[in-house]
Design a protein around this ligand. Sequence first.
Ligand SMILES: Cc1cc2nc3c(=O)[nH]c(=O)nc-3n(C[C@H](O)[C@H](O)[C@H](O)COP(=O)(O)OP(=O)(O)OC[C@H]3O[C@@H](n4cnc5c(N)ncnc54)[C@H](O)[C@@H]3O)c2cc1C
Length: 503
Amino acid sequence: MTSLVNPDNPVIERDVVVIGAGPAGLMAAHTLKKKGLSVAVLEARERVGGRTWNGKVKDAKGVEHFVELGGQWISPDQTRLIELVDELGLEAFSRYREGKSIYVSPDGTRHEYEGTVFPADEKTIAEMDRLIKIMDELAAEMDPANPWSHPRAKELDSISFRSWLEELSDDTEAIDNVSIYVASGMLTKPSYTFSTLQAVLMACSAGSFSNLVDEDFILDKRVVGGMQSVSLTLAKGLGDDVHLGTPVRELHWAEPDASTADELNNIKADVRNGVAGNGEAGNVTAISEKVTVKARFAVLAVPPNLYNRISFVPPMPRDQQIAHQHISMGLVIKVHAIYDTPFWREEGLSGTGFGGGRLVQEVYDNTNYGKNFAESTADKEDTYGTLVGFVSDVYAEEMWHLPAEERKERILDAMADYLGPKTKEPIAFYLSDMAAEEWTRGAYATSYDLGGLSRWGHLQNQPTGPIYYACSDIAAEGYQHVDGAVRQGEIAALAIAEQAAKA
Ligand SMILES: Cc1cc2nc3c(=O)[nH]c(=O)nc-3n(C[C@H](O)[C@H](O)[C@H](O)COP(=O)(O)OP(=O)(O)OC[C@H]3O[C@@H](n4cnc5c(N)ncnc54)[C@H](O)[C@@H]3O)c2cc1C
């Protein structure tokens, strides 16, 4: 069998090697360069942007339509991303939201409504308000950078969000509608698989639980030309320092501690208890498929579920080896359906639809605006209408196991529950499949298993020797979002610049 790594790799020397050219890695490299440090960014894919990805889908007439296959929306609290979009000379536009929204209740009844309060019965609305208030209070008590320090961290981390809501309420409709905002809507895992502490972190990171509930806040703006333009523009500024199509396979990062060798059991020296001076400069060698980089620091800017795709030499300390096993990707299908016109607008509808616990639990008007790389015009909205829908966790699993035609029919039928029979006749249809992408393996992001956040979370942002971690999955503000990714990239870069100045 041939090795994945070329033994004749060119070797380059830099201050910092950045692994991963998603928004976090590129922001780290951009910041490091501004601080006068040399960088090399090694990216597994043949493109930059990671979970942000400008794509296309063709209709039967051969017209190409622009679709954002990954992250796209920005909310007003995501201030670092908003500033960056501006710094890079990019523009943002607002999601279409005029007209009535649709709520489909558990019995399948369709309700049109305006504002953010569901047209559920009074008792359910009061119950939802009560649960949201409790979540808001817990989120207000939390520091998103230290959720494990919350006074009730252990208690809230040892109960699933679903069980906790069921302890608080016996109104299933209220529970379904409240849990959707964190479970299928954000972590894209069933609400019985993650803890209440993890749910509170999601809310706290977005400013409050009430913010999560408000789609006009959370899904406020998009970048003209697509969110991947942020990464494409950062990468352009980095030029030849970005190396594509070159997964990092090995990262040499420390000298084993001779005293740990156990000759009796034939165990070699290692760094099981960690190394002295975490965060300080060291000797790092990153071996990727096409290039080897020797550096003083590394930024690991990949989601934590992919850390173990790299062979660390020596193997990571015991704590990290364990901690990294408690964090996993969610699963969601982003559905793109294109129509000759945004027909729902003619019917006085915004295109927004919700239904907790349904196959497609959310739909929105996702009509494109401005110049992108499919058919489009600068400063104008597309004449074609686009709907985006989401099929989360257990439903996503079910859908991927169906034949393609049946899957499409089931999904469009479910979207038609909100916006009527015309929904079933898109001129183009596409499903984002990040779970099948080797260098992502799920969507939108990673989260801890039950109890994992309070036990292991404190390690996630601590450097290991000269290795710094940066990605949206371990962010405080902007957790799981592009904003969190760019914040993390910048934080890691500034910390490295400070250390580099000492060395
Ligand atoms: C379908 C979908 C919808 C989303 N919607 C939104 C949204 O509306 N708004 C929002 O803010 N966020 C959204 N997100 C989340 C957002 O896209 C991510 O939080 C963000 O992209 C994370 O950036 P990152 O740089 O931390 O990681 P990534 O974007 O995952 O980048 C990591 C990079 O590392 C590379 N890599 C991995 N392993 C290696 C290796 N061994 N060697 C070299 N390179 C490697 C990967 O190829 C990738 O390019 C969405 C995500 C998905 C999937």
